[in-house]
Design a protein. Structure first.
Length: 210
C-alpha cells in the first residue's frame, strides 16, 4: 500500500510539474468537454481537433478562421488533453507573448536564461502556437519564429498552430513548413464570432459557467 501511495504521489507531482511548465494555468478550463459544439460551423473543427489529440505523434494541426470561433479553445483542449491523459511535456503560448518571453530572458534579472527558455519551447513534446501572424514582425522576431518552426518541422515534433490572418501575412519560409500537406492537417473554421456582446449563444455559455 505504501508503494502504491508513493507511486500515486510521484505521478501527481509529475502531472503538476507538466502543468506548471505548460503556461496553461489560465486555460485549464478549456477542454473538449467545455467546448460548445452547437455553434454552427465548428463541428468539423472539433472532430478533427479531438481526433488529433488522440494521436498527435509526428503531425501538425493548423486551425485557421476569424476571431472568436473557438480556435484557441480547441488548441488549448488538445494541450490539456496531452498533459492530463498522455503525460506529454507541453508548451502553449500566443506567438506575440512567446517572442516577448524570449526577449525578456536577455534581462540580467530574468530568472530563466535564453537558451533554457528557447530549448523548452523548441523541443516541447507538444507545442501550441496561438495567433500566428499577429506578432510584431521585426527581423529578430521572424528569425526566432522560423528557428522554432523549422526545427519542429525537421524533427516532425507535434505542433498545433492557430491563426486569424490571411496566409499572405505569414512569411513564405514559415508558411511553406506549416502548409506541407504531408505533415499538417489544415482546418479552416467557417463560423461567426460567438463572443460578440449580446449574442444569445455567448449568454448561454456565461449562464452555464455561472
Amino acid at each position: 500500500t505504501t508503494c502504491v501511495c508513493k507511486e500515486q504521489e510521484i505521478r501527481q507531482a509529475n502531472l503538476e510539474s507538466l502543468h506548471r511548465l505548460s503556461n496553461l494555468s489560465s486555460l485549464a478550463h478549456l477542454t473538449f468537454d467545455t467546448f460548445d459544439r452547437d455553434v454552427p460551423g465548428v463541428e468539423d473543427a472539433f472532430g478533427k481537433a479531438f481526433e488529433y489529440a488522440q494521436n498527435p505523434s509526428q503531425h501538425w494541426l493548423f486551425l485557421q478562421g476569424p476571431v472568436g470561433v473557438g480556435k484557441t479553445h480547441l488548441a488549448a483542449a488538445v494541450a490539456n488533453h496531452a498533459i492530463s491523459y498522455q503525460k506529454v511535456s507541453t508548451y502553449f503560448d500566443e506567438v506575440p507573448d512567446l517572442l516577448d518571453h524570449l526577449r525578456a530572458t536577455f534581462d540580467p534579472n530574468s530568472g530563466t536564461g535564453y537558451d533554457e527558455r528557447f530549448q523548452l519551447i523548441r523541443d516541447a513534446g507538444l507545442l501550441v502556437l496561438d495567433d500566428l501572424g499577429t506578432e510584431n514582425a521585426t527581423p529578430w522576431a521572424r528569425e526566432k519564429l522560423y528557428q522554432v518552426i523549422n526545427h519542429r518541422y525537421m524533427e516532425q515534433l507535434p505542433t498545433v498552430i492557430t491563426s486569424n490572418v490571411d496566409h499572405k501575412k505569414v512569411e513564405d519560409r514559415i508558411l511553406s513548413r506549416i502548409l506541407d500537406y504531408r505533415l499538417t492537417q489544415y482546418v479552416e473554421i467557417d463560423a461567426e464570432d460567438f463572443r460578440r456582446p449580446g449574442d444569445p449563444r455567448q449568454m448561454r455559455r456565461t449562464n452555464r459557467r455561472g
